[in-house]
Structure formats: C-alpha cells, structure tokens
Design a protein around this ligand. Structure first.
Ligand code: UT7
Length: 326
C-alpha cells in the first residue's frame, strides 16, 4: 500500500475587498459587531466576469507548477463546490477543459464547508489502492453569488476564494495518516438554499422571494459545530495512535473565530498552533482549509515532518477531519 500526500498547492482570491465598513452601508450591522462575533474584518468578492471555474484554473495551475507536473499527468480532478458555474456540466469538467487535462476523470463533490476534506479522503483512497497516481483536489466557492446583501446573518460571514492541491504518492513518514467523515441530514435545514433545484425550480416568484439565497440558522449550527469538531479531531488522532500534544499545526475550517477558539480550548492547544486567516478573507466554505494550507506552505509556516490536523464542519450537516504529516 502506498501513502498519499500533497505534492503542490495553489490558491486564487478575487481582487475586490469588501470591508465591514462597506457592509455597514448595506445592512444594519457594525464593524465592531462583526469583529467581536466572527473575527472577520474583510472578505473578497468575485468580479462579474469571474466564475468558480475560472478562479479554480488559476489556483490549479499554481498547484500543478509547484508539484512539478503537467495537467495531462492528472488522472482525477475533484472539485468540491456548492457554488458551481452552472447545474450541469460539473465545474470539474469545465476546469478539465480549460487546463487541457484530457483523458482523466473529473467530477464535483458537494459537502459544503467540509468538502475539501471529503475530496482529500477520496483522493487518498484512489491513490492508496493504486487506482490513481495524480489527483487534483479543488475547494472552490463564489458564495457571494448566493448571498442576500439584505440578510445581515449571512452576508457578513461568507467570502469568495479558491484553492487547489495536487495529491500523489509520498515517502513515509509524510502523507495522510488518518481521516474521518460524517454527515447528519437531520440538520439539513440549518443551512440551505431553498430554490433553484428540483424541490423549488427557479421562477419569477422564487427570485422575488429571494429563495435562491443562502438561509442559515447560525446559532444552532454554532453549537453542533464546536461539539463535532472537537469529537472528530480526537477520533483521527486516536486512529493514528497520536495525541493533541503531537500536533504542530491545527487548520480548522474558518467558519467563525469564536468557533475556532472554542475548539482550540477544548483540544487544549496553544494559540500558536492554530492557523487563522478569517480576519482577511472571511468564511470561504470549502475553499477555507486549502487556502490556509497553501498560505502555510508558501510562507514556511508548515515544515517538512510537521503533523497537521485539519477539521471542518458545514451544511448537510457534514463534518470531518484529516491528519497529515507534511
Ligand atoms: O461555515 C460552516 C457553517 N456556518 C457556521 O458554522 C456558522 C456558525 N454560526 C455563527 O458563526 C454565528 O452564529 C453567527 C456569526 C452567524 C451569528 O452570531 P451569534 O453570536 O450566534 O448571533 P445570534 O444569531 O445569536 O444573534 C445575536 C444578536 C441578535 O439580536 P438580538 O435578538 O439579540 O437583539 C441578532 O439579530 O445579534 C444580531 N445580529 C446582528 N447584529 C449586527 C445577527 N447578525 C448581526 C449582524 N450585525 N450582522
């Protein structure tokens, strides 16, 4: 059995910055409230001509270059997104076309904010079993296209961004050591977009009612998130026979700085071991963990041999964790 690990990463953020002061002009909120309750100061918003696939291609090209491979070397592309370019074809197919990665398989994966970890887990199993040798996993979200800029409960949190990682065989002790994924559909209506699918097809009425925008019960999600993130983090450590003392870097999904703090405290980790970029880019859903990973890889925050724990939670609800030796 071979071990799967990261060969290269890349990310792409839209240029336009939306500050808390900008949002103060749109909804009844304040810079102070947003900073205190979420830790967010600003987030990015895609330009009208940018799409989930166009930003993904930018991030993917960087990841391929840093992995030292060509697009045609890929045998699988997984795009984790809940904000695809269009219902069909998959965003992964559009990315494949643009990259010229002919001959490989490509599909989308929908697990919301946990999606990149779901994608990593699929990639790891394709590589470990020998079914694939080079897998590109992308976390890509343009949630601004699904935000109601009259709903202060959601528009202050989410931002746009994309990141990609190429996975392939690595030499132990590097590589993915353990993973654990969960879904619990009984909380499906805590975070959802009612219209635009088969349950409520798009119509003039759905647009008038704003039913194609994200609806969130943030408060309920908060409690489930903290509990499950702690639990799943402990489970992957146990699977690998390691403890929280072994962790060099914890990259949690950047949902809310207060969630990160609560999980950090429960796991007994010092602040220096926890990565956070939520102040600069907000909650980018499935792009959040790979953007962090790319920033840590590029800035040297991650060093060879470091043990990195990644945990995420999102709509579905879904949650999961991956433990990896860099
Ligand atoms: O990405 C994965 C899935 N998402 C999450 O995990 C999100 C988890 N939830 C959260 O991050 C937080 O629940 C929020 C940031 C969404 C909300 O923070 P909260 O501290 O849970 O606020 P709340 O919903 O309990 O509301 C507290 C008060 C309410 O006013 P009253 O009823 O106390 O008068 C809200 O109406 O804050 C009000 N409020 C706001 N005030 C100013 C809610 N949103 C805002 C706002 N600006 N943007």
């Amino acid at each position: 059995m071979c071990v799967a690990g990261v060969l290269g990463t890349g990310s792409a953020l839209p240029e336009k910055v939306i500050t808390n002061a900008d949002l103060e002009k749109l909804v009844e909120t304040s810079d102070q409230w947003i900073k205190d309750r979420t830790g967010i100061r600003e987030r990015r918003q895609a330009a009208p001509n940018e799409t989930t696939s166009s930003l993904s291609v930018k991030a993917a090209r960087l990841a391929l270059e840093r992995a030292g491979i060509k697009a045609t070397d890929l045998d699988l592309i997984i795009c984790s997104t809940i904000s695809p370019d269009m219902p069909l074809p998959s965003t992964a197919a559009l990315i494949q076309r643009e990259l010229g990665a002919h001959g490989c398989c490509a599909f989308d994966l929908a697990a919301a904010c946990s999606g990149f970890l779901f994608g990593m887990t699929v990639a790891e199993q394709f590589i470990r079993t020998g079914a694939s040798t080079r897998v590109l996993v992308i976390g890509a979200e343009l949630l601004s296209r699904y935000l109601d800029y009259k709903d202060r409960a959601t528009c202050v949190i989410f931002g746009d961004g994309v990141a990609a990682a190429v996975f392939g065989r690595v030499e132990p002790p590097s590589g993915i050591l353990a993973h654990e994924l969960h879904t619990e559909g009984q909380y499906a209506d805590h975070l959802f977009i009612p219209a635009g699918g088969t349950a409520m097809p798009a119509s003039c009425q759905t647009v008038e009612q704003g039913s194609h925008f994200i609806k969130m019960r943030g408060n309920e999600l908060f409690k489930v998130a903290v509990r499950n993130l702690e639990d799943v983090s402990r489970k992957v450590l146990e699977k690998a026979g390691l403890t929280t003392n072994d962790i060099d870097l914890f990259i949690p999904h950047q949902a809310n700085q207060r969630i990160t703090e609560a999980v950090r405290e429960r796991l007994g980790l010092s602040s220096e071991k926890v990565y956070s970029n939520i102040a600069r880019i907000g909650n980018t859903s499935s792009a959040s963990i790979p953007i962090c990973l790319d920033e840590c890889a590029q800035t040297g925050r991650l060093k060879k041999g470091d043990l990195v724990l990644m945990s995420a939670f999102g709509a579905g609800v879904t949650w999961g964790a991956v433990l990896m030796r860099w």
